[in-house]
Write a protein that binds this ligand. Structure first.
Ligand SMILES: Cc1cc2nc3c(=O)[nH]c(=O)nc-3n(C[C@H](O)[C@H](O)[C@H](O)COP(=O)(O)O)c2cc1C
Length: 369
């Protein structure tokens, strides 16, 4: 029974059909050239992980040059990226997997070295509570409008490159989240203040992107939105704010919402939301209006079944790095053959290059041997 549900297709609002419930989560590879152009290693890395999942959401791609968050990042800020992105889309789509490009801007979560001397920009001149964080420069009104335009241009490039959709990366402390956060957004103009006003940027951004798709896509094209439910900073985003956001987004013309969680069982830091998991509160708030991708440390079929109790789709991140054939093994009862860690000698087979290995030492040290 469970096997049937996991392997059943789901048709999204746009008309795109996902062949099963498994989605590869966006994961930065650090494999692109210095200017965001894709490399052959990166294409091979995606080829290995495509085919079994119903969709691959790519690593975050920056929509403006000053939105670069790290070296080796995929770019979508110029037409020069379209050729490489076309190769990426067709690589992912070869065996029936949908290709979704994650589009983003790092905002204050970067530094002058990565921006070749430029000061990072953000909604307000408030630095992140991280070691070595830089104070960003506050964006002007016209720069904010230009940013929305850059997301629009990135969406058009994704369409031209043959992607099946884009995911708006409003999670993990980057620029879109920075507009919603009372920590990074201290503006007194129309873009900041109350929760409603901090939603203004997201509101305009989502509408611009969905309208762009209506105007430019030649067929069904997915638009998804990813968000992080909470911040630790005070002030910071709390689950109450996120439920406001989710409620607003569920009424928009989006194909899915995607929560960013490292553990699907996580419980809120807010006293008023301790009775259920964060995933459950979010799913209840959406109340069937739009599919939700649940995620966070899924390693077994049982985990996948648990996530699907409170979401429509299951996101898979780290497990696909160590086990590219996880989905087939789960669906064919070969769970005992799943590899949960990566050893040095597996790296060539798994296409884990030096850049990404260094990153994984930081992101998932417990899963490296
Ligand atoms: C190496 C690595 C890179 C990541 N890069 C991104 C990214 O580019 N965009 C994003 O939204 N999330 C990123 N994430 C978060 C994942 O999408 C996912 O939410 C997280 O790993 C939890 O899922 P998992 O437990 O299945 O790995 C990254 C995670 C890892 C491990």
């Amino acid at each position: 029974m469970e096997k049937l549900t996991l392997n059943e297709p789901l048709t999204l609002k746009s008309g795109v059909t996902l062949k099963n419930k498994f989605i590869m989560a966006p994961m930065t590879t650090k494999m692109s050239f210095y200017d965001g152009v894709i490399t052959t290693d990166e294409l091979n890395y995606y080829a290995l992980r495509s085919g079994e999942v119903s969709a691959v959401i790519t690593a975050a791609a920056n929509v403006q040059e000053n939105g670069k968050g790290w070296e080796g990042e995929l770019g979508v800020y110029s037409d020069k990226h379209i050729d490489g992105l076309s190769k990426l889309a067709s690589t992912i789509k070869k065996k029936g997997t949908k290709a979704i490009l994650q589009i983003f801007h790092a905002g204050r979560m970067t530094d002058k070295k990565k921006l070749r001397g430029e000061q990072p920009v953000a909604p307000s001149a408030v630095k992140a509570e991280r070691p070595d964080a830089l104070t960003p420069r506050e964006l002007t009104e016209s720069e904010i409008l230009q940013l929305i335009e850059s997301f629009k241009q990135a969406t058009i490039r994704a369409i031209k490159a043959g992607f099946d959709g884009v995911e708006i990366h409003g999670a993990n402390t980057y620029l879109i989240q920075q507009f919603f956060s009372p920590h990074s957004n201290r503006r007194n103009d129309r873009w900041g203040g109350s929760v409603e006003k901090r939603f203004t940027f997201i509101n305009q951004l989502v509408d611009t992107i969905t309208n762009t798709v209506n105007d430019h896509a030649h067929g069904p094209f997915v638009v998804g939105y990813r968000f992080s439910p909470e911040e630790n900073e005070t002030p910071g985003i709390r689950l109450k704010d996120t439920l406001y956001l989710v409620n607003k987004l569920a009424n928009k013309n989006l194909d899915y919402l995607h929560v960013s969680l490292n553990d699907y069982k996580r419980v809120s830091i807010s006293d008023e939301f301790k009775e259920k998991t964060i995933l459950e509160y979010i799913h209840e708030t959406i109340n069937g209006r739009v599919p939700l991708i649940g995620i966070g440390d899924v390693r077994t079929k049982e985990d996948a079944g648990n996530v699907l109790q409170h979401s429509e789709l299951v996101g898979l991140g780290r497990i696909l790095l160590s086990e590219p054939h996880w989905v087939n093994k789960i669906l064919n009862n070969k769970e005992n053959l799943i590899r949960e860690t990566i050893a040095q000698e597996d790296r060539e087979e798994l296409i884990i290059t030096d850049g990404v290995w260094g990153f994984l030492e930081f992101m998932m040290p417990d899963r490296l041997k």
